[in-house]
Design a protein around this ligand. Sequence first.
Ligand SMILES: [Zn+2]
Length: 159
Amino acid sequence: MKANRRTDTKPELALRHALHRLGYRYRKDYRLDLDSGRRVRPDIVFTARKLAVFVDGCFWHACPEHGSKPKANEWYWGPKLVRNVERDRVNDAALMLDGWTVVRLWEHVPIDEAVTTVVTALAAAGAVTRGQPHANNGQPHANNGQPPGNPASGDDPLR
Ligand SMILES: [Zn+2]
């Protein structure tokens, strides 16, 4: 088995599998090159709906419940963890600037709750994009009544 601790943490795997079972298709470990020049690699990416999901480790991303400051080697870990958290926030901002929806889940979040959060975010993101394609189309079938001032039906679609 390949040990890839960065991408295949257990909570992240569980979430991916659950989403897959529900019929959702996504990309994992997919690098996004943002307009700002930043490169971000969310844990789960839904490209069509522009939804980026991160499953953040409680230690590495300084979860308020479990991310208590490490006692050993504080001089080393303290600044490192602060940088991680700062990078998270900068990445979030860059993603949102490019029109992405960002979902961050702590690894301690129960799987059901994590799935619900992602599914809800997907529905919201999908609703936005679905509304747009029809916005500036003509409606060929909508106007059955004659438009005022054009009784001769000069643009008969049957011809
Ligand atoms: Zn936690």
